[in-house]
Write a protein that binds this ligand. Structure first.
Ligand SMILES: [Zn+2]
Length: 102
């Protein structure tokens, strides 16, 4: 991605995307990497995991461990505070989209 503005939007969009999916159903890291890449966001685990950790530290998502075929997998889900953040951000996004158009 070479577009300066898009680059700056990238992190926020990823946070919104993560919160959106964490609200729908629990997900694990590599699932999210694949989901994001389908939307054209090519990111490495080294980029995604710090974002997940900071969202968790802020209290917007939380995780639980699940044993999947002998491997411990971290599943992330949204918290009530995360739902508030998502709703508030969606308001800003839709206002902006209404103004600049699609
Ligand atoms: Zn998605």
């Amino acid at each position: 991605m070479n577009n300066y503005v898009s680059k700056r939007l990238f992190q926020g969009f990823i946070c919104l995307h993560i919160l959106h999916h964490a609200k729908k159903k629990p997900f694990y890291g590599s699932w999210m990497l694949e989901e994001l890449s389908e939307h054209g966001y090519k990111l490495s685990p080294g980029t995604l995991y710090p974002i997940l950790h900071s969202l968790e530290k802020e209290g917007f998502i939380e995780h639980y461990d699940k044993n999947v075929n002998g491997k411990i997998r971290k599943y992330y889900i949204i918290t009530e505070e995360g739902v508030n953040q998502l709703n508030e951000s969606k308001k800003y996004v839709s206002e902006l989209v209404a103004e600049i158009g699609l």
